[in-house]
Design a protein around this ligand. Sequence first.
Ligand code: FES
Length: 569
Amino acid sequence: MNELAAATLGERPAPAGTRFRVNGRPVEVAAAPALRLVDVLRDRLGLTGTKVGCNAGDCGACTVLLDGRQVCACLVPLGQVAGRAVTTVEGLEREPRTRDLQAAFHRHGAAQCGICTPGMLIAASDLLARDAAPERAAVLGALGGVLCRCTGYRKIVDAVLDAVLDAGGSAGAPAAPTGPAVGARVPKVDGRAKLTGRERYGADAVPADALWLRIVRSPYPAARFEIGDLSPLLGRHPGLERVLTAADVPVNAFAIFPHLRDQPVLADGEVRFPGEAVLALLGHRGAVARVADEELPIRYFPLQPVIGIEAATAPDARTVQAGRADNLLIAGRCCRGTLESQEAAGTVRSEVLFETASVEHAYIEPEAGWAEIVHGRVEIHATTQCPYMDRDETAHVLGLDPEQVRIVPTACGGGFGGKLDLSVQPLVGLAARLTGRPVALVYERPESMASTTKRHASRLSARAGADAEGRLRFFALDGAFDTGAYASWGPTVAGRVPVHAPGPYRVPTVRAEARAWLTNAPPAGAFRGFGVPQAALAHETLMDDLALTLRLDRLEFRRRNALRVGDLT
Ligand code: FES
């Protein structure tokens, strides 16, 4: 661990306390001057409304006011705040102007997952203190340093502008567009908590006496490895209590679909993607952070990685998973009519070939959670989109009945499908069981991006034909999807794409096929649409192209071929 990291965790002898004001209150913090302000606020002062998204000044989730101007608290060392004034989201309710801002956010539903909301409110309050009647462009500029992955920004910007118009907070909820129920705008039940910093996300309520886990991950996309004697490491690092390896995991395999459990919690002698978990350091927070990767007795024997669909499907391709000699995870198919005869009869035809890239969800909240044993049951608090699936798979991994595991979902700071897979749950559950102590795990941003699921990269070839009247006659799609090293939601993608491949169009003859190929990439999983957006690129391009060839208006062509109620019965 480097010097800055040591200071960040407050491991160095503390100098005299640093005095400053937080939300109008004088405080004194005895800690290293290089400690990040965001860690001081969250870990020393309990002000967890300020969030950590990237710890690198990129996402703005940790934005606070320093002497009235917005700054990223992850980039400000404690030493620089001596004698100055800090305002966090928890302090916004003190002033009428910022209360108006919170009320406007609530009216507009501007806090969706809410993880960016504290930063947005702080940035907006900075602007409104300097410009009482800002233009939209000024609002966009002021909020430009805070990223939101949920809202598309419109509601947030509208809320800031509305706060100016409605200073004093007299406005109620906007008028319902259609009746009192369907279409009406209703306040979010958890809106206030997200606007005041009281909402608790995965990293916000870790017990003070928790042990911490740090996962050591593979630098290689494909390698065999051996772990040597770990006792010297434990001897060198007081506070490092244990190192977990595959041998510690009772049933070392999980998946989304129980019949396809192919992913280990900790790799067992072979890693299959860069960032795969190899072992986990368990101990006091500073102790696990202090261990340098170079100290670990892990010896890798790199293998030729299978990168991309072409490599996975090559006749001499190396096998990513034993037992799947052709690297095919699964295939899906949807057919109607006889394609060949319709192709021959079509008047016009179009053909496309697409390649799409893997995409990271980049939710602002990295994976986080903690576990403890409550009345003999493993209780896991974690950011998740699917607590019951988490419960069943975690119980399986721990060799327990589902009733012996309880998942308590924290607020979820964005997921978009990425938090439909397990992340911290099995390891915190395992460690809590082994130690009988609360155990926490919070991913860092690079770790989150390296190890969690992605949108499937794909290669799609599709063709469609229509008659002279502009009626679709046939549609065919052949989709290859890079599903990465393990199954995750690959079967859903392979199964769903063929069904949705022709889009919302009535086509008498269809042949749509999809295959999910195993490679040495991070597992590809759920991401808003399960492969359907990739297929939409193909069918919408084909519709445009056919309309152009037939000299028809593109909308008219679509209308003529749109599915109607009853077509699918
Ligand atoms: Fe902005 Fe979710 S509401 S990231």
